[in-house]
Design a protein around this ligand. Sequence first.
Ligand SMILES: [Zn+2]
Length: 202
Amino acid sequence: MKHAPLVQELIDAFTCLPGVGPRSAQRMAYWLLERNREGGNRLSEALSAAMEGVKHCEQCRNFAEETLCPVCLDTRRDQALVCIVESPADVLAIEMSGEFRGRYFVLMGHLSPIDGIGPRDIGLDALEQQVKNGSVQEIILATSTTVEGEATAHYIFDMTHGTSVSVSRIAQGVPMGGELEFVDGVTLAHALRGRQKVPHSS
Ligand SMILES: [Zn+2]
């Protein structure tokens, strides 16, 4: 049986979501059409509004609706202390710990040569600019403890060579291979407090 064109289009559109194959997509499309048109309309409006209105903060790359996000605009926070994380979910996890009063730089991923993801793809050229122009004085590397996360941390550390930027790496309490967003707030607070300064070998 062939679907009506609009139904087929809706099913196809749902398959853009992670982990959603044709069968789940069909189930979702049917469910909205049969049982929840109101929910479907709300979803459609929220999607359009978010796709149109959500941008990336020009300073930290986190999601923002203005040029700068609220954290980067907050003058009570130490804007020269920068915690580098892989995703907006990591920012949320660290904010929940209540331990951090600096700002963030959100990579939206990590270095992964196999997938063709290089430094520019995760904004490291922009970060280097911020390091070079003196707007960053201290960096806390809070990338995940996976191989890619470690490689990314190492790359950023190398970037600060020859500058006065001090660099530390959170480690304590974050399990090896761990994704930051799944670490609880108390552990994360400990990890931030117990961060280890990374010395430049001279
Ligand atoms: Zn920002």
